[in-house]
Design a protein around this ligand. Structure first.
Ligand code: GLU
Ligand code: ASP
Length: 484
């Protein structure tokens, strides 16, 4: 059927309903789990927690977040070459559900590591492919595509808005494992919708494997997996032998990997013979925007690590007659997205062709991001607990930055992508978030040393970077060769 005829979901193709609901429940399970995971890790064992030091817990949150997006590279490969997007999303969801079930069982730290592995691989399979399937609902000339993506992003954020409230409530009333069970139920519901609604609404094409792997390639992939496994085994053996196998060193290795993977990608693109001269120039422009995105995501994602620690350690939770819970603060991020989205949609439509270029939106976004940290340094410098309104203000600022960077980045990524790398560029965008959190895993430890210094130094550095980007903007634009 011609995609334009299908208007069954708010004027959009009915398949969008399926993907919206699937991603709504997947993000519900992910952000619900994350809203209580930090607490679970550092809470005392007598309260049902794991009793980790706070700095370790914050680093694990970051490196976990990084892995989840790093694995989108793997998910892109599985869908493109082996299973096709429809099946990859399904099996990804199944792995995620089991990841939450494992955490729902009372098996302590080992269960946490198994769960991290399952959810990392599962999300890598589900997330980039579900976004790609949204793009696939529209024919190239269908102008509803951007609006479709905005609705989809709202679905993500409705899921992450509801999750901390529901999962936090169940955890508060019962215990951590009950909270994680609710996350598992969320993913189960997502899978049900995906299968039943998808049968009716998703296109047959999503069942096909776009570029099936050949027998020769299969054996070389198996060879590489074998080599990879041997390298990991040797590394682990070496670490055991030298008594260096501990959480902190594993986090170090993963942090380096998180930064290295995008660097390798860029080198390959710039050297590839399949990439034209014009495309290489665009890749150079994209590298600068990518660095800006890494910095942005590093700060945004600290909302669930460092800012959550500020809430747990230094914030008045009895406020204005309310008894606030730590997980509830995780609702501020999606809340502001939902609140701002109509304003941005209106503004970009109104400005039309007069709207600022992507680099300009990026540096503006970073200014808001830097200020969001500076406003926390102020109250933290005084002794005692701070008003929760400071945190609301901080989130209000960084999320304004998010709307200047995240949707713009997604669209500019597809526009600046070299043809030969088209499909992998969606994963590339998630690698910016992965690299940001890989860096976080190393820097969040400094929060414990001195919180005021932490927020002021990082806040100032970000603003300095934003100014550099602003000064470079006139030089970046010509490199983009006609893309805005
Ligand atoms: N909050 C976003 C989500 O969960 C982050 C992903 C991104 O890096 O774009 O979808
Ligand atoms: N803003 C995040 C994302 O865009 C959601 C969250 O952190 O709750 O989906």
């Amino acid at each position: 059927m011609d995609s334009k005829q299908d208007k069954g979901f708010f004027g959009q193709p009915k398949g969008l309903r399926t993907l919206f609901l699937t991603e709504f429940w997947e993000r519900f399970s992910y952000y619900g789990m994350r809203a209580i995971l930090l607490l679970y890790m550092f809470d005392k064992t007598m309260n049902g927690g794991l009793g980790f030091p706070q700095a370790t817990a914050a680093s694990i949150m970051s490196i976990y977040g990084s892995l989840v997006y790093m694995s989108s590279v793997l998910g892109g490969f599985v869908s493109d070459r082996i299973l096709g997007s429809r099946r990859t999303v399904f099996w990804g969801g199944v792995l995620i559900m089991f990841g939450h079930i494992v955490l729902a069982l009372p098996f302590g730290a080992p269960a946490l590591y198994v769960s991290i592995l399952l959810i990392t691989v599962g999300t890598g399979m589900l997330k980039p492919n579900v976004s790609e399937m949204v793009g696939g609902l529209y024919s190239p000339e269908d102008t509803r595509r951007d609006a479709g993506f905005s609705i989809f992003v709202l679905g993500i954020n409705f899921g992450s808005l509801l999750a901390p409230l529901a999962v936090g409530y169940v955890q508060g009333k019962y215990n951590y494992h009950a909270g994680f069970s609710l996350a598992a139920i969320g993913m189960f519901l997502g899978l049900i919708f995906y299968v039943l609604d998808g049968k009716r609404n998703l296109h047959e094409d999503s069942l096909k494997v776009p570029n099936p792997i050949t027998d020769e390639e299969r054996s070389s992939v198996i060879k590489y997996i074998g080599i990879g496994a041997v390298i990991v085994a040797v590394l682990v053996a070496l670490m055991v032998f030298t008594h260096t196998l501990n959480i902190s060193n594993v986090i170090w290795i993963l942090s380096i990997l998180g930064v290295l993977i995008p660097v390798i990608y860029f080198v390959i693109m710039l050297r590839s013979e399949k990439v034209t001269k014009v495309e290489k120039s665009r890749v150079r422009a994209y590298i600068l925007l990518f660095i800006a995105a890494v910095i942005f995501w590093a700060i945004e994602e600290q909302g669930s690590s460092v800012l959550a620690l500020v809430v747990a350690n230094r914030t008045q939770l009895h406020f204005g007659g309310m008894n606030l819970q730590v997980p509830q603060f995780q609702m501020l991020n999606p809340f502001f997205i939902v609140l701002y989205t109509p304003f941005f949609a209106w503004m970009w439509t109104k400005l039309g062709k007069k709207q600022p270029s992507s680099p300009t939106k990026f540096w503006l976004g970073l200014i808001f991001t830097g200020i969001s940290f500076l406003v926390l340094a102020l109250p933290l410098a005084t002794p005692g607990k701070i008003s929760p309104l400071w945190l609301v203000l901080s989130w209000a600022l960084v999320m304004f930055g998010e709307l200047l960077i995240s949707p713009v980045g997604l669209s500019v990524t597809t526009k600046l992508a070299p043809k030969a790398f088209g499909a992998q560029m969606m994963s590339m965008w998630f690698l910016a978030d992965a690299a940001g959190q890989a860096i976080n895993a190393q820097i969040v430890k400094f929060y414990e040393v001195n919180d005021v210094m932490y927020f002021s130094v990082i806040g100032v550095l970000i603003i300095v970077f934003a100014i550099i980007l602003a000064l470079l903007t006139p030089k970046i634009k010509p490199l983009m060769k006609g893309v805005n």
